[in-house]
Design a protein around this ligand. Structure first.
Ligand code: PLZ
Length: 456
């Protein structure tokens, strides 16, 4: 593949040089003007990580209205894994937008929707008979997975985990662990949602080696004693907790939970909205421990930025819902389906699963060397192109806010995101097509930002 020459747009559009280029301070004057307009037109509830206004993006860079070119370690929150305006996505969407833009798949269907579903049935873990249907967002996918699990089992309860994030709708906000900013003042919440411990190795009281067994035992005990396994429709879990801080559950935890579900007729739902589509060096993160979920929810990386999400699961579960019990006006819109087909072709033909693993091989050793040199880097974790550092007050595990270091990176032209229940995680989600030299340069900017920290 031609990563070095990756362009932002095709069909004669401008090529985007794969370089960091700062021509004003960040944000520049034109972005500041637009941000003032945003503040009077858009409520503050819609936040802004970095107030530069974008005109182009592609490969590993985002270009703003002032002509700055920033290194992208965010991919629009793990969405543009194949890059912005990836050529195969652009080509398919451009053709589709000229042919027809919408019919509603539930009114008069079209082939691309069916092809996307066939491909997801084939590509997701497990060789059992599967069905897929398409919706618009990650939250909608998780919410629908719960609907299907409740309908199929006739049971009410849903079990979720500490540090979990599943969306902002009433049900998925309820499934989400963190109060601020996601839940505060937005209650009352949906009923029959129960939260159990997650195997968080860095913060497990008796140490990482005991974490998987103890956390699984506690979670299962709570389910049995407080809910009753026979009342549980679904266990919903991210194979790597994303917004919660890129927490990889201690190895062995996920298989124990999956086994408990199997033994008790509970639907195991993997929320792979953030981890899916090559991001972690597997097509899906569940593959790392050989987990075969009953239902898998995908979104984000599925369609290169067009709004699309999917619910894929065992045929007998999805087929249990009565005719017309599922759906929505826009779910599986033809533009989004074409984009998804372009994404899947790109992942396969450009070997982006391997590319994600390669990105991890570049990033993780450099992040570990930061941990050795700087006391504020308490933990380094992640897989493939989904990595993070957890910041602490040196010599303790007290959380150290990640915001100031993120701001220093932003000022130097590196777009990084924060995460974590304690707001102390810097996470890195570069597009999988980012050239190596931008990865290295981004890591050097991060290193300078950390070493400039007074407490480091
Ligand atoms: N499940 C695992 O990561 C979305 C949230 C951004 P939607 N994560 C980004 C924000 O602050 O709103 C996410 C996720 C996991 C579900 C979702 C929800 O996906 O497409 O944002 O609805």
């Amino acid at each position: 593949m031609t990563v070095e020459g990756t362009t932002g747009t095709v069909h004669g559009g401008p090529r985007l040089p794969q370089e960091r280029r700062l021509v004003t301070e960040i944000p520049g004057p034109r972005s500041r003007e637009l941000f003032a307009r945003k503040q009077s037109a858009v409520p503050p509830g819609i936040g802004t990580t970095l107030p530069i206004f974008v005109t182009h993006a592609g490969g590993g860079v985002v270009v703003d209205v002032d002509g700055n070119s920033l290194i992208d370690f965010g991919s629009g929150i793990a969405v543009t894994s194949v890059g912005n305006s990836a050529p195969r996505v652009v080509e398919r969407v451009q053709k589709q937008v000229a042919d027809f833009t919408h019919t509603c798949f539930m009114v008069t269907p079209y082939e691309s929707y069916v092809t996307v579903c066939e491909k997801l049935n084939a590509l997701t873990p497990g060789d059992h008979d599967k069905r897929t249907f398409l919706v618009n967002s990650g939250a909608e996918a998780v919410e629908n997975a719960v609907k299907v699990a409740r309908h199929a089992t006739g049971r009410p309860a849903v079990v979720v985990f500490d540090h979990g994030y599943h969306g902002r709708t009433l049900l998925t906000m309820t499934l989400t662990a963190k109060n601020m900013p996601y839940k505060d003042g937005f209650g009352p919440f949906a009923p029959e949602v129960y939260r159990v411990p997650l195997a968080y190795p860095f913060r497990w009281p008796s140490g990482p080696e005991n974490c998987a067994d103890e956390a699984a035992a506690q979670a299962i005990d709570m389910i049995e004693k407080q809910i009753g396994a026979a009342n549980v429709a679904a266990v919903v879990i991210e194979p790597i907790a994303g917004e919660g801080g890129f927490i990889e559950p201690a190895r062995g935890f996920l298989p124990k939970i999956a086994e408990f579900c199997r033994a008790n007729g509970i639907v195991f739902v993997a929320d792979e909205v953030q981890t899916g589509f090559a991001r972690t060096g597997h097509l899906f993160a569940c593959e790392d421990e050989g987990i075969v979920p009953d239902i898998i929810c995908t979104a984000k990386g599925i369609a290169g930025g067009l709004p699309l999400a999917a619910v894929t699961g065992r045929a007998e579960l999805l087929d249990s819902v009565h005719a017309s019990g599922l759906g929505g006006t826009y779910g599986g819109n033809p533009l989004a389906c074409e984009a998804a087909l372009g994404v899947l072709e790109t992942i396969e033909q450009d070997k982006l699963v391997e590319r994600a693993a390669h990105i991890g091989e570049i990033m993780l050793p450099r992040l570990r060397s930061l941990q050795e040199r700087f006391g504020i880097v308490g933990d380094v974790r992640g897989r493939g192109a989904m990595t993070a550092i957890e910041l602490v007050v040196p010599g303790t595990k007290d959380p150290l806010a990640a915001g100031p270091i993120a701001a220093r990176c932003h000022a130097e032209g590196l777009l990084v995101l924060t995460a974590g229940t304690y707001g102390n995680v810097l996470r890195f989600l570069p597009p999988l097509v980012i050239p190596d030299h931008l990865l290295e340069e981004g890591l050097s900017i991060l290193e300078r930002a950390i070493s400039a920290d007074q407490s480091a």
